[in-house]
Design a binder for this molecule. Sequence first.
Ligand SMILES: [Zn+2]
Length: 316
Amino acid sequence: MINRLKLTGILSAAALILVGCGTSGSDESAVSEDGIQVVTTFYPMYDFAKNVVGDNGEVSVLLDAGQESHGYEPTPQDIAAIADADVFVYNSDEMETWVPSVLESIESSDVIVVEAAEDIALFELEEDEAAEEEHDEEGEDAHSVDPHIWLDPVYAQEQVAAILAGVITADEENKESYEANAAAFNEKLAELDSAYQTAFETAENRTFVVQHAAFGYIARRYELTEVAVSDVSSDAEPNPAKLAELQQFMIDNQITTVYYSDSASSKTAQTLAEATGASLEVLSPLEGITDEDQEAGKDYLSVMQENLTALKKVIQ
Ligand SMILES: [Zn+2]
């Protein structure tokens, strides 16, 4: 009996050694010595992935802060980077409309692809909004659903979970570390959600005017009304009739603030503010944070807090 137990013990130890060799040796799914290599499309995906990966590897981002995240065209270097990565993270086929064809072109790559919004039901745009989109964008890059899912602190947690699953598939060995990182970050996102809930709970004014229609998910989550100057896929200037309509809406509803994005053109917001005597406030869709701002410590959580502070000036 004792001998048999001992033997089992020896066999298990041998099995463990074999497993050890397998994962650090020629196993195809193992990551390189520098750790897992994750390529992401634009800022929120980068920030979420970085929080999951921690110090287990490297996370890079394809779009710089100033680049237009709607209707982006990938470079050959971008495509090569995606093909060479262990994991590629993007928001959705609806946001990064260029991704599906890129993935087709690199079919032979064994990169693990994470569409972070895959399991989230994106909101369809109203018919007239969608029609406007098509008109403005002339087809291809126009969205039929609202892709700005990352701005909702609850959906953001689901996106983190999707990224976690992809990262573990690529690097099973560090599963526990990734799980701990994701849990810690999701806890912060849950706190952010609570802060938004508390801030708006008893507010009487629940309507805000913003240049880029990126805040539909926040509006739905916290029962606010977003009135947007431009549409969900660009900061394009609306036609004069729509601008006049917005002006009248602001006067009728005594709205004295227009939000604009820090990274995009604020011309229309400025025009509207001047015409109505309203003030301008920044509300970031987080589609990019400059290197300078990142070095100064800005990230998804801090900018979402800044957005909350800015919204509280109107939603009260
Ligand atoms: Zn946007």
